[in-house]
Design a protein around this ligand. Structure first.
Ligand code: NAG
Ligand code: NAG
Length: 503
C-alpha cells in the first residue's frame, strides 16, 4: 500500500513538473522591484542599480517654496501625479505586509526601499498640512508635447497644491492609506519611521475627512490633473480605504465605527468589481473582510459579503455578474493600460484565498463552493499569462523571458542614456527617438506594460501607449503576487478553467 502511494506521487510529480517550473518567479519578483529604480525622480543614490538613469527634476516644488524633490514618475512620461503615486505606495506596502514573509531577505529589503522612496516623498506632500496638500508636479500638456529624458527636462515643473479649506478627500484618503499601510510594513524593521508614517497618516486623514470632496473640485487643480488622473469614481471610496488602513494600523474602534457608519452612504456595496488607482471599493471590501476572517467582527461582516460577491464574479460558472476573459484566459476590463486591472484584481483574489485558508473556509457562490486553491489557480493563471503563457508567447514584463516587447512607450528607456549621450536631446528633437524603429537602448527591467487587447492581440510599438506604457501601479501589486507564487508552487490544472469571451 505504502509503495503504491509513493510511486503514484512520483508519477504525478513527473507529469506536473514541466508546468510548475515553467516560470522563474524568483527572477520575475526581483525584476518587478528593480523596475521602480527606473521611475525614480530627484537625486539618485550611489547604489542605484538602474545605472542608465541620472538625477532629474532637482528644483521640484520651488514655485511653492517647498521641497518636492524625489518620488516617482508614474509611467512613460515625467509628471509626478501624487494620486496614483500614493496608490502605488499603498500596494507596495500591502505586498510587503501580506507577502513579505515569502520574499528572500534581499527582495523584502528592496521592496521596502522601493516603498520608502515613495513614502519619503508622500511625507513631503503632506508636510504643510493642515494648510495645504501637494497634488502634482509638472504640467501634463507641455510634458506630453515633448519626448524628453527626465534628465533633460526643460518643461515647466509647476507644483500644484490644494489649500485649506478646499477638499481633497480622494488624494488625502489615498495618501492616508499609503502612509498607514507603510507604517505596518516598517513596524518591525524601523519602528521610528513607522511611527512617523502613522502620525502623518492620522493628520492626513483628518484633512481628508474634515474637508469632504474631490481634489479636482478646485478648477486650477482640475486643469492640471484631468483628464489623466481625475477621480472619476468620487472621493468616498478613498475615505473608507484610508479608514480601513488606519483601523489595521492602529486597531482603534473609532475607525471601525467609521467603516460601519459610512459603508452605505459611501457606496461600499456598489461598483465593487473594480480595483485600481481610481476605484478602491474592491480593495476596501477585501481588506475589511480580513478582519472578519481573523476576529469575526459582526458589525463589518457586510464588507465580507460584498468581497464574496466580487470573488464569485471571477468564476464564470457562478451565478450573478461576471468578469470577462480573453480566449487565452486573460482577465480583462476595457480601458487603457489594461493589465493594471488584471494585476490589481488578481492580488485581491490571492489575498482573499489566503484569508479563506487561514480560517479553513471556502468560497460560496449560490450552490457552488470553491476551495481557496481555485482562487489561487486563477490568480496564478493571470501571472503566468503576463509572464508569457499566452497565445502569442509574449512576456509583458520587460527584460523577463526570451520574448518581450523591445519598444515601449517610455521616454527614458527609448532615448540613449545620459551616460553614453550626455548632450541634451531637446523637446521636439526627441520625437525622432520616438519614431525610430530601433529597439529601446535601455531595458526598463521588470516593467509590466499595458498589455494585449481582449482578443489576446498585441501589435506593440512605442507609439501605442495603451499597450506598451509601463506604470508604477501595475507593478506594485505584481510584487506581492510573484512573491507568493515563488514560495508556493501550486499545481497547474489548465483543464479546470473554462473561458468564454463574452458573458
Ligand atoms: C508558442 O509556444 C508554443 C510552445 O512552445 C508553440 O507550440 C507555439 O507555436 C508558439 N506560438 C507562437 C504564436 O509563437
Ligand atoms: C493600440 O493597439 C490596440 C490593440 O491592442 C489597437 O486597438 C489600438 O488602435 C492601437 N492604438 C494606437 C494608437 O495605435
Amino acid at each position: 500500500m505504502k509503495t503504491s502511494i509513493c510511486s503514484s506521487i512520483v508519477v504525478l510529480l513527473l507529469v506536473l513538473l514541466p508546468t510548475t517550473i515553467s516560470h522563474n518567479y524568483a527572477d520575475a519578483l526581483t525584476k518587478s522591484i528593480l523596475f521602480f529604480e527606473g521611475q525614480r525622480s530627484g537625486y539618485l543614490p550611489r547604489n542605484q542599480r538602474m545605472t542608465w538613469r541620472r538625477n532629474s527634476a532637482l528644483n521640484d516644488g520651488k514655485n511653492l517654496n517647498a521641497d518636492l524633490v524625489g518620488g516617482y514618475y508614474d509611467a512613460g512620461d515625467n509628471i509626478k501625479f501624487h494620486f496614483p503615486m500614493a496608490f502605488t505606495a499603498t500596494m507596495l506596502a500591502w505586498s510587503a505586509v501580506d507577502f513579505g514573509s515569502y520574499m528572500s531577505p534581499a527582495d523584502l529589503r528592496d521592496n521596502l526601499i522601493a516603498l520608502r522612496w515613495g513614502t519619503d516623498y508622500l511625507l513631503k506632500t503632506v508636510s504643510q498640512l493642515p494648510n495645504r496638500i501637494f497634488v502634482q508636479v509638472g504640467e501634463a500638456t507641455p510634458d506630453h508635447q515633448c519626448w524628453e529624458r527626465p534628465e533633460d527636462m526643460d518643461t515647466p515643473r509647476t507644483a500644484y497644491a490644494v489649500e485649506a479649506p478646499s477638499p481633497a478627500s480622494d488624494l488625502a484618503g489615498e495618501i492616508t492609506a499609503a502612509l498607514a499601510a507603510a507604517s505596518i510594513a516598517f513596524k518591525r524593521f524601523d519602528p521610528i519611521y513607522s511611527k512617523i508614517l502613522l502620525d502623518n497618516a492620522l493628520k492626513t486623514f483628518e484633512y481628508a475627512d474634515s474637508h469632504r470632496g474631490s481634489y479636482t473640485s478646485n478648477p486650477a487643480t482640475k486643469l492640471a490633473v484631468c483628464p489623466f488622473y481625475c477621480s472619476v469614481n468620487g472621493y468616498e471610496d478613498e475615505l473608507l480605504w484610508g479608514a480601513a488602513w488606519l483601523r489595521r494600523a492602529t486597531g482603534k474602534d473609532s475607525y471601525l465605527k467609521y467603516l460601519v457608519d459610512n459603508r452605505q452612504s459611501f457606496s461600499a456595496d456598489s461598483n465593487y468589481f473594480e480595483f485600481g488607482w481610481d476605484n478602491k471599493v474592491g480593495g476596501v471590501n477585501v481588506l475589511v473582510a480580513k478582519e472578519v476572517f481573523e476576529k469575526d467582527v459582526a458589525v463589518i461582516a457586510p464588507y465580507k459579503d460584498t468581497a464574496e460577491k466580487l470573488m464569485c464574479s471571477f468564476f464564470l460558472e457562478s451565478p450573478g455578474a461576471h468578469m470577462s476573459y480573453s480566449p487565452g484566459g486573460l482577465l480583462y476590463k476595457p480601458g487603457s493600460s489594461q493589465l493594471q486591472n488584471t494585476v490589481a484584481l488578481s492580488f485581491l483574489l490571492l489575498t482573499y484565498a489566503n484569508d479563506l485558508s487561514k480560517s479553513s473556509q471556502q468560497l460560496h457562490c449560490g450552490s457552488l463552493m470553491f476551495q481557496p486553491d481555485s482562487l489561487r489557480r486563477l490568480a496564478k493563471r493571470q501571472v503566468d499569462y503576463i509572464l508569457g503563457d499566452n497565445p502569442i508567447n509574449m512576456s509583458y514584463m520587460i527584460g523577463y523571458g526570451y520574448r518581450y516587447p523591445r519598444q515601449i512607450h517610455h521616454r527614458g528607456a527609448s532615448s540613449p542614456s545620459v551616460m553614453t549621450h550626455p548632450t541634451a536631446i531637446k523637446c521636439l528633437e526627441g520625437w525622432n527617438v520616438f519614431a525610430s524603429p530601433n529597439p529601446d537602448p535601455n531595458i526598463l527591467v521588470g516593467a509590466v506594460i499595458g498589455g494585449p487587447d481582449i482578443d489576446d492581440k498585441f501589435i506593440g510599438g512605442r507609439t501605442n501607449a495603451s499597450e506598451t506604457e509601463p506604470t508604477t501601479y501595475i507593478n506594485a501589486p505584481f510584487v506581492g503576487l510573484l512573491a507568493y507564487f515563488k514560495a508556493n508552487p501550486i499545481l497547474d490544472d489548465s483543464a479546470f478553467l473554462r473561458f468564454s469571451k463574452k458573458n
